[in-house]
Design a protein around this ligand. Structure first.
Ligand code: ATP
Ligand code: MG
Ligand code: MG
Ligand code: MG
Length: 437
């Protein structure tokens, strides 16, 4: 993409309504624009990152055996009456009436709808296990939308729902999602720690929140430092094999959010291993048994011929919240520092003198070679001053910068800068391209 033809509305001033760094940087970098409280338009740069995050989430869901579908955002109130949540959900639910006076709502989550899809189509244990997911916009009328995409009202979530014939099967499904989440956040360059979470009235111990440590996190969290070093399984992990040892390696160490915190257990850790910090909830997995299948009549016939309500779990990832979390975890005074896996463009080409024949030719050649190698470069061919160009490419956080000017070219070099370290090198165009690709 040539910057002269792109839509990248950079803001010079940090908008004053933005309280935390990720919110400020997303607005300044022209990634999004607020349309109403907690409701954002995704501008091209932000949308690109959102799609990259979404794709990593999708790939890891698919790898674990979950199957993608797509449910609507608008749901019927009647479904929620069946589960008893229509009245219980309260003011966070955006309720809508259609022209026929039918009560509808903008889905804050999809347990009821997926249970309805399941009960209409599945009858036998032979069709299980099953895990269905979608990546879809949700609406929750948060009392205090804030921190940009971190707590929006409209936000993108990946939500998966597992169906099993019994609790043992549901636990296997839970472990698959647990491992898929570890891998997802690792690929995003994030250290997310699974922490025991409240299961509410259902009880049991099968609920974990995946938390990223960040000073701007909304919840207080406590964990064993060793969790920060516990290895995450590779892409070759066998999802049909025994995942219990992997899950154990995380759950056997202390980690809890404020609501679940056990001061005595935490204090039993050696002092240098006690991490008391703030965290951002980026994912949440939950086994809830027959909470929805029972009232909604989602039953399967078991091997013994008996009909029983199916055991379910649900598994959420805050896809749009992750952009904020990523920036909280990776930025500096000059702007965002994207991990390579989600950077909106793989490299920026900065022309220090557009119109100079040699500079134009070198930039064009770099552009073509990088594009051919699948790097997806952003070529700053505009007339802005070099200082402004450097500020922009730093702000938007592209992993590599290739700076091309007449002086360097006269000596046969361009400047290659790695955004994350700030390290700069004068090298030939060929070796710069070789390093990036
Ligand atoms: P929170 O405690 O932050 O309100 P939650 O526990 O209500 O989140 P879940 O119902 O567990 O959220 O939804 C799954 C995931 O969706 C969360 O882990 C989070 O990453 C994301 N999420 C929830 N609410 C929002 C929101 N208002 N804006 C952006 N992402 C959200
Ligand atoms: Mg909430
Ligand atoms: Mg929560
Ligand atoms: Mg939650």
């Amino acid at each position: 993409m040539r910057l002269s033809r792109y839509f990248l509305p950079i803001l010079k001033e940090a908008p004053k309504e933005a309280e935390i760094v990720s919110h400020r940087l997303m607005l300044r970098a022209g990634m999004m624009k607020q349309q109403s409280a907690g409701i954002y338009a995704w501008l091209p740069l932000g949308f690109k990152v959102l799609q990259k995050v979404e794709q990593i989430v999708r790939e890891e869901q698919d790898r674990s055996g979950a199957i993608e579908l797509m449910m609507p955002t608008i749901q019927s109130a009647d479904l929620w009456r069946e589960s008893g949540r229509y009245d219980a959900y309260g003011k966070e639910m955006l309720r809508i009436t259609d022209r026929h006076e039918r009560e509808m709502l903008y889905g804050p989550t999809n347990e009821e709808m997926i249970t309805d899809i399941f009960r209409s189509n599945v009858r036998s244990y032979r069709d299980l296990p099953l895990n269905l997911y979608h990546i879809q916009w949700k609406f929750r009328d948060e009392i205090r939308p804030r921190f940009g995409v971190m707590r929006g009202r409209e936000f993108l979530m990946k939500d998966a729902y597992s169906f099993d014939v019994d609790r043992a099967g549901a636990e296997r499904a839970y472990r698959k999602m647990f491992v898929a989440y570890l891998r997802t956040f690792e690929r995003l360059g994030l250290k997310a720690i699974p922490m025991r979470a409240d299961t509410g009235p259902i009880g049991g111990d099968l609920s974990h929140e995946f938390i990223i440590l960040a000073s701007t996190g909304e919840s207080a969290v406590f964990c064993d430092r060793e969790l920060l070093e516990t290895p995450v399984p590779g892409a070759d992990v066998d999802f049909d094999g025994d995942l219990a040892p992997i899950v154990e390696s995380f759950t056997s160490r202390y980690a809890a959010t404020e609501e679940m915190h056990d001061e005595a257990a935490f204090a039993a850790l050696p002092e240098d291993r006690r991490v008391s910090a703030r965290g951002i909830e980026v994912g949440h997995i939950f086994y809830f048994g027959t909470k929805y299948s029972e009232p909604m009549g989602a039953k399967v016939t078991g091997p013994d011929g008996q009909e029983k309500p199916v055991h379910m779990g649900s598994y959420g990832v805050g896809v749009s919240r992750l952009l904020g979390a990523l920036i909280e975890a990776s930025h500096d005074d000059a702007g965002i520092v994207w991990p390579d896996s989600v950077a909106p463009f793989g490299a920026g080409i900065v022309s220090l003198r557009p119109g100079d024949g040699a500079v134009d030719a070198a930039c064009q050649s770099a552009y073509e070679q990088l594009a051919a190698a699948g790097v997806d470069p952003l070529y700053d061919d505009t007339d802005a001053r070099p200082g402004a160009k450097f500020a922009t490419v730093d702000l938007i956080g592209l992993p590599w910068q290739l700076i091309v000017g007449p002086k360097g070219l006269a000596e046969g070099t361009v400047e290659l800068k790695r955004r994350a370290t700030g390290e700069k090198q004068a090298v030939s165009l060929e070796s710069a391209i070789a390093r990036i690709t």
